[in-house]
Design a protein around this ligand. Structure first.
Ligand code: ADP
Length: 665
């Protein structure tokens, strides 16, 4: 290109010299034939070069002392580049035809070259006016006669290509995906910054190496073979790798590898675009787990509904059926007593199901609290033995309780109500699932823990069920004609309570031979002497805690009133009843030794909120336990605002109620 341009400028110079000579010769009138011939040849050569050179060439005559340049010649390439015919250019001013030439900087160059006579290179720049837009590179020189010549090229396409390459390069450099380019043999030629960020390897470290360096050793060789087969046959390959970073950490990537094929159809490179999907995979795994859990819990729920409706219906049938029978006028006293006993048993079963459900839901919402207190483990064992003794005798079972420590050593700090609840449930189950043989329960000290055990010679639990019986609503036999009643709630509640108490629960069982349940709680004997703890509660010979305690029960519903009276009378509480808030306020005024008030909130005449406020005005220290049918947060807040110390949801769970009363006496 440069040579071509130099030749052209020489030709110009030569031509001008010859022209000059001709002029001289003509002026003197001596025409030399040989010289004319030479001139013609030279002129012809110049024309050919001028017209066929691939660069555009424009010759300008300088006018107005270098203030304007007028086209004198314009070759074919220039016509093509500027999309304008020679005839429309010749004689026209450059400023007129190409108004952008000043801004482009070329006009200044023209003036300089004209002034100095020194050729100049005007580098690749963008030319723009209303008609033409494009990238141009110019070489300008001055002819001996003073004309200016511009030899130039349109480099728009090259420039656009370069720009495109720059954009692609930037996109790869800034790509959020890791990019690896290898040669045909798989040796790395390029990796982008994201690759370095992901793997820890820089371009220098991996350049010339095979991506094999990332292999974790966790994928089968067959996997890589299939990958190579696909890409060598010209196809794209997509898949997931478990790879290893420079620091040894494993990570998952989703990769797409494709061959780069040249115009001859040969593979020259491979490009891999990879995304780190370690987090995605983890999340995916968690989602699948959650979905499975949700489905499982859905199945259990349906199963539970089937069970619970059966469980509730059976005692309900008992209650309704026997209470109807009681109306028969000709019943004997013994029959009446029998029916009443059956109604009572059914009621107890219902209450236990409801209590369990309430406890489980409170544990799940984090609302169930423990009330640790001085506890005599031996007394609990004795009481449970006494409670179940009759039942064991009826079934002809040997039933014994074993205390592992002396009465004094058996004093610990724990929530006695919850400990009794768990142990009673296990003993109850053992008796329920044992037809003959024995049921033995007790505890021993194991290091810093007390381990309780309940052994039976009952039906046992199949191996595959032993881990599941501690889940909600889980029963070993789920068919409708089950021999043993139960809702499958007790063990899951027991497990949760034991965990809250700081221990664990497990089972050993041989089907057909019997089961042994074990659970632990911390042996916190050193806390027994803590002066901050209340004195051991008044306990009479039967282990009754609240002997003679005056408690005011306020409820407009007579059945609820009787039920509460029943629960509390069992504990030897001295129950005082009131039918509405007004009566309650009067009772508090009249009976000054009332120690606790159980207040229903919705009542006629005066509701629980107002009654509580008034009671608190009379005796601010008197604890008021509210019971509401819908313990939603707003109602709870309203009850607290009225002065209630605790808010319990109806139906009242007896163990929770007793635990709350115990807290305030
Ligand atoms: P349920 O109220 O149905 O007894 P649990 O949660 O107490 O519920 O027990 C779950 C299941 O575990 C029972 O349905 C029963 O199949 C099995 N199970 C519990 N205790 C025993 C035991 N001592 N012997 C045999 N099976 C038992």
């Amino acid at each position: 290109m440069r040579d071509e341009k130099q030749a052209l400028s020489l030709q110009f110079a030569e031509l001008e010299a010859l022209r000059l000579k001709v002029a001289q010769l003509e002026s003197v009138g001596s025409i030399c034939k040989a010289t004319t011939q030479k001139i013609r040849e030279s002129e012809e050569r110049f024309r050919q070069l001028f017209e066929n050179i691939s660069s555009g060439v424009a010759v300008y005559e300088v006018l107005d002392n270098g203030n304007d340049f007028v086209f004198r010649d314009f070759n074919k390439s220039a016509e093509k580049i500027e999309t304008i015919a020679r005839k429309d250019v010749i004689g026209k001013s450059v400023l007129q035809l190409f108004p952008g030439v000043k801004e482009f900087g070329l006009f200044d160059v023209f003036q300089r070259v004209w002034r100095t006579g020194q050729p100049e290179h005007h580098p690749v720049s963008m030319y723009e006016d209303e008609r033409v837009v494009g990238w141009r590179e110019n070489y300008i020189f001055k002819l001996p006669d003073g004309d200016i010549v511009a030899v130039y090229d349109d480099v728009t396409r090259e420039k656009q290509f370069e720009e495109k390459l720059k954009t692609i390069n930037k996109a790869i450099e800034q790509s959020p995906a890791a990019v690896v380019i290898t040669d045909r043999e798989g040796n790395i030629e390029y990796v982008n910054p994201k690759f370095t960020a992901l793997t820890g390897y820089t371009l220098e470290e991996v350049s010339g190496k095979n991506p094999r360096i990332l292999q974790s050793g966790e994928m089968l060789q067959d996997f890589y073979q299939r990958l190579w087969q696909a890409i060598l046959s010209g196809k794209e390959w997509r898949g997931e790798f478990l790879n290893r970073k420079k620091n040894g950490e494993l990570y998952w990537e989703d990769a797409s590898i494709s061959p780069v094929i040249n115009e001859q159809g040969r593979i020259t490179n491979f490009v891999a675009v990879k995304e780190d999907i370690t987090e995605k995979k983890k999340l995916w795994g968690q989602l699948i787990d959650a979905k499975e859990k949700a489905e499982e819990s859905d199945r259990l729920k349906s199963c539970f509904l089937a069970n619970i409706s059966h469980e509730i219906r059976t005692p309900m049938n008992g209650i309704l059926g026997f209470s109807k029978l009681l109306r028969e006028p000709l019943l004997s006293g013994k029959e009446k007593e029998q029916y009443i006993e059956l109604i009572h048993e059914s009621g107890k079963r219902m209450l236990s199901i409801i209590n369990n459900l309430i406890d489980i839901s409170r544990i799940e919402t984090g609302e169930l609290s423990l009330y640790p207190d001085k506890t005599s483990v031996n007394k609990i064992i004795e009481k449970i033995h006494a409670d179940f003794f009759e039942q064991a005798q009826e079934k002809n079972l040997t039933f014994s309780a074993e205390a592992g420590l002396s009465a004094k050593e058996s004093l610990i700090v724990t929530d006695k109500v919850r400990l009794s609840q768990v142990l009673s449930h296990l003993v109850g189950n053992a008796l329920k699932y044992t037809r003959e043989g024995e049921v033995v329960f007790g505890y021993r000290k194991e290091g810093e823990m007390l381990e309780f055990y309940v052994r039976d010679t009952g039906i046992g639990i199949p191996d595959d069920q032993q881990g599941k019986i501690f889940e909600h609503f889980r029963q070993v036999s789920l068919d409708a004609t089950r021999e043993y009643e139960g809702a499958g709630l007790g063990l899951s509640l027991s497990k949760k309570l034991v965990e809250m108490l700081g221990g664990t629960i497990r089972v050993d069982s041989i089907p057909g031979k019997g089961s042994s349940f074990y659970f632990t709680i911390p042996y916190d004997s050193h806390l027994v002497s803590n002066p901050l703890l209340k004195q051991d509660m008044q306990e009479d010979a039967n282990g009754m805690f609240f002997s003679g305690l005056p408690v005011l029960v306020v409820d407009d519903d007579s059945i609820s009133r009787l039920l509460l009276k029943g629960i509390l009378s069992n504990q030897k509480v001295n129950v005082i009843l009131a039918k509405n808030g007004k009566e309650a306020v009067e009772k508090v005024q009249k009976v000054p030794d009332i120690r606790i008030v159980l207040m229903d909130m919705k009542m006629p005449v005066m509701n629980g909120y107002e009654a509580t406020s008034r009671i608190k005005e009379i005796r601010p220290e008197l604890p008021v336990i509210a019971q509401t049918a819908f313990a939603d947060p707003e109602e709870k807040a309203a009850a607290k605002k009225a002065g209630c110390d605790v808010v319990l949801a109806k139906p009242i769970n007896s163990s929770e109620l007793l635990a709350e009363i115990q807290r305030y006496v």
